[in-house]
Ligand binder design. Structure first.
Ligand code: ATP
Length: 133
């Protein structure tokens, strides 16, 4: 079966370089499934899970925004932060979620609230991706 190369890169360096049968990504306009031979495209990503399917297993990665570039034989994800499910510190993510929820309840202005919602989204994504592993 044909595979597609997947590179996930952050400013700190590569997070994953692998091959997949299929990549599922949460773009700003919805979830897309990418198979080898997909037409070239670039799309902004949501804070969410990226799933790499290979044989009968799935590797999940928490991707915190950024962009996905698709070419027929390679997918590149560029994000500020990204963590493989196996690298997620679940206690830290739960603490971050609790902190963000408490801060949201005590929010003072709209801009603060938007930042806290992003903090919460990152933490929930980490928790979800950890649970997918
Ligand atoms: P926290 O409040 O726990 O620091 P955060 O959402 O503010 O979370 P980020 O600014 O998104 O953290 O990330 C800072 C660095 O820490 C990045 O390298 C990111 O990959 C890593 N990181 C953050 N949370 C976790 C986690 N729960 N498990 C593993 N790595 C994490």
């Amino acid at each position: 079966m044909k595979t597609i190369k997947v590179n996930i890169v952050t400013p700190d360096g590569p997070v994953s370089e692998t091959e997949a049968d299929m990549v599922i990504a949460a773009t700003e306009t919805g979830e897309i499934g990418i198979l080898p031979g997909h037409i070239a495209m670039v799309a902004p990503l949501q804070i969410g899970a990226l799933r790499l399917k290979k044989d009968n297993s799935t590797v999940s990665v928490a991707v915190h925004g950024g962009f996905i570039e698709v070419r027929p034989d390679v997918v590149t994800v560029l994000a500020q932060n990204a963590e493989l499910s196996t690298d997620i510190d679940i206690d830290r993510a739960k603490r971050a979620a609790k902190r963000a929820e408490e801060a949201l309840q005590a929010k003072s202005d709209k801009l603060d609230a938007q930042l806290m919602e992003l903090d919460l989204k990152r933490a929930i994504t980490r928790i979800n991706v950890y649970e997918m592993k």
